[in-house]
Design a binder for this molecule. Structure first.
Ligand code: URA
Length: 240
């Protein structure tokens, strides 16, 4: 597992499968362990495996990374990064008791809520985001006004957005809300503010946006701010 914080040396050695924690203490006490080339015999020192080289019997000790996957129902008012220089709340802070170096897969705007995957698996993240996989993402958008079929057909076919035609989309009007409506839109591109820009282009701006699915993996009844760990079966649904 990748660790983002300092950890006690004996715990780190044990987590790398070198020995039990007790045996690891013995290895330290008997001078078999070095930190950045310096033999450490003192017990309980904390190390940062991402910054320091830990060796045992002269061989570097590394942790085998265990990949974890979470589906979060991102609340509005959270930024989709691992840190924010402006001090705004970041999505990774919502996942508790996880030492893995998580990052969000793709982005949701600060004011958008809904399905957000977080993982430490760079390869899977790349696969989801790579255009060749055309991973569908479905959003529910509250729109100002009610677009007619003709306008929706334009969006479905593709419109010119910042010099490039958007890929085909699927759109359904789910409900009417007074003079506005709730629409479901499925796209496989991930351009910045894409859904908002697409509906603005037909003069029906988005008032509220929520991502509900990655492929066939759905947010379901997950409450805002809550998350669940995903299984391999869940992960396969992303590509359906
Ligand atoms: N499209 C948008 O406009 N915003 C999002 O957050 C996601 C998709």
């Amino acid at each position: 597992m990748a660790l983002k914080e300092s950890i006690r040396l004996q715990k780190y050695l044990a987590s790398c499968g070198i020995a039990s924690r007790r045996k690891a203490e013995e290895l330290i006490a008997t001078g078999k362990v070095t930190v950045d080339g310096r033999t450490v015999t003192e017990m309980g020192i904390k190390i940062d495996p991402s910054e320091q080289v830990i060796s045992c019997f002269g061989k570097p000790v590394t942790q085998k990374e265990i990949f974890v996957y979470f589906l979060l129902n991102k609340p509005r008012g959270y930024i989709t990064t691992v840190s924010d220089p402006q001090g705004r709340p970041v999505v990774t802070s919502l996942i508790k008791n996880c030492n893995a170096r998580l990052f969000p897969v793709g982005r949701l705007d600060f004011d958008t809520e809904g399905a957000l995957l977080l993982t430490n698996d760079g390869q899977l993240a790349q696969k989801i985001q790579h255009p060749s996989h055309q991973t569908n993402k479905t959003y529910e958008a509250t729109l100002k006004g009610i677009p007619d079929r003709k306008k929706l057909a334009l969006l479905e076919k593709g419109i010119l957005l910042e010099g490039k035609i958007t890929a085909p989309a699927r759109i359904r009007i789910l409900a009417r809300k007074n003079r506005n409506c709730l629409a479901a839109i499925t796209i496989h591109e991930g351009r910045k503010h894409q859904v908002k820009k697409m509906f603005s282009a037909i003069n029906h701006p988005v008032l509220d946006l929520k991502r509900t699915h990655y492929g066939k993996l759905k947010l379901g009844t997950l409450a805002t701010g809550k998350y669940r760990q995903l299984s391999q079966i869940d992960l396969k649904k992303i590509f359906l």
